[in-house]
Design a protein around this ligand. Structure first.
Ligand SMILES: [Zn+2]
Ligand SMILES: [Zn+2]
Length: 71
């Protein structure tokens, strides 16, 4: 069991600007976010677009900036 956190620290409501995937326009729980630019894609689209997310499951090239991100 994890230790209790300090008392009285309510969970901060975090503002999440991106809640809908730009590809499928659906809200998703988890996004892959490029760490170099603002590109992001939901898990479902990532699996559908396996040319973006190639078989190499260690890195994925960002289609927006072309840099490699690691999972
Ligand atoms: Zn999507
Ligand atoms: Zn990028």
């Amino acid at each position: 069991m994890g230790g209790l956190r300090g008392p009285g620290k309510a969970r901060r409501k975090r503002s999440q600007p991106r809640e809908a995937c730009p590809y499928c326009r659906r809200p998703a729980l988890f996004f892959h976010q490029c760490r170099y630019c603002d590109f992001f894609i939901c898990q479902g689209c990532a699996e559908d677009n396996d040319k973006i997310f190639s078989c190499n499951s260690i890195t994925w090239p960002c289609p927006a900036c072309g840099k490699s991100n690691s999972f």
